[in-house]
Design a protein around this ligand. Structure first.
Ligand code: NAP
Length: 246
């Protein structure tokens, strides 16, 4: 029976096509599973489309496409394949990301280039490519998985990671302005430590028991995707620790 208290404004997942990068593991896999359970049609951009983990997804409403954030041509190929298969794009979730140690006193500058390519340039490129399609439906959504490291600076193993996540915040607000008139709403989702491989070997990171479960991030994404155009969430911080302002 329909929930009589549910808001009539919330968007229906059925038939909506969501592009999601980095769906192979961690936060991305949790998001993919949650959105699949809700009935979305998924276009998953991953480096290895043959991974066994995708066997559980309904092939009628799932496309698993090769996407490598460091290979520009694969972004266009993924967008084209999504439109060719499903005829539309309703949401883009820029989730793929990497964290490599680099500070101002040590480490090779090439690490900054690598993180810039994956964490910033690839989302920039995908937004450019997907925006015309997102605008068509009048309710397009973009979620950029940023970080609390995009909201403030505190001592960290990687000043370069913090720099890229601050850039993702600027990109988010730029996309918000670009798509606003045609109903595209854009969110920078900024979690603290999430219990995935990304932080497993980071010295001094929040202990595992205090980290956010990837499934909690997935539930938050599911909520954001259903919000109507009248409820724009430009930034959403989910912190694991007590800090000022965030
Ligand atoms: N974990 C945290 O504490 C935390 C906190 C805040 C924000 N975040 C952000 O959340 C996002 C997901 O992180 P996670 O914790 O789920 O990390 P993760 O478990 O290490 O997973 C990273 C994902 O990104 C993909 N990826 C890495 N390099 C790629 C490339 N060149 N091309 C395409 N895909 C690539 C990986 O694919 P492969 O399987 O092919 O390597 C994997 O699916 C990242 O943007 C991260 O910065 C994480």
């Amino acid at each position: 029976m329909a929930d009589a208290s549910a808001s009539p404004e919330m968007l229906d997942p059925t038939g909506r096509v969501v592009m999601l990068s980095g769906a192979s593991r961690g936060i991305g896999l949790a998001i993919a599973r949650r959105l699949h359970a809700q009935g979305y049609t998924l276009s998953l951009g991953v480096r290895n489309p043959d991974a066994a983990v995708f066997a559980a997804f309904d092939p009628a409403r799932t496309l698993v496409q090769r996407f490598d954030a460091e290979q520009a041509e694969t972004a266009a190929q993924w967008v084209d394949a999504t439109v060719a298969r499903f005829g539309r794009i309703d949401a883009l979730i820029n989730n793929a990301g990497i964290l490599r140690p680099l500070d101002l006193r040590s480490g090779d500058e090439s690490v900054l280039d690598e993180m810039w390519a994956v964490n910033v340039k690839a989302p920039f490129r995908l937004i450019r490519l997907a925006l015309p399609h997102l605008e068509k439906g009048g309710h397009g959504r973009i979620i950029n998985v940023a970080s609390t490291d995009g909201k403030r600076y505190r001592d960290t193993v990687s000043v370069a990671y913090a720099m890229t996540k601050h850039a993702v915040m600027a990109l988010t607000h730029a996309a918000k302005f670009a798509g606003w008139e045609k109903g595209v709403r854009v969110t920078a989702l900024c979690p603290g430590a999430v219990d995935t491989d990304l932080v497993a070997s980071v010295p001094g990171v929040t202990p595992s028991a205090n980290r956010i479960a990837p499934e909690t991030i997935a539930e938050t994404v599911a909520f954001l995707l259903r919000l109507p155009n009248t409820a724009s969430v430009a930034e959403l911080v989910l912190n694991t620790r007590l800090e000022s302002w965030i």
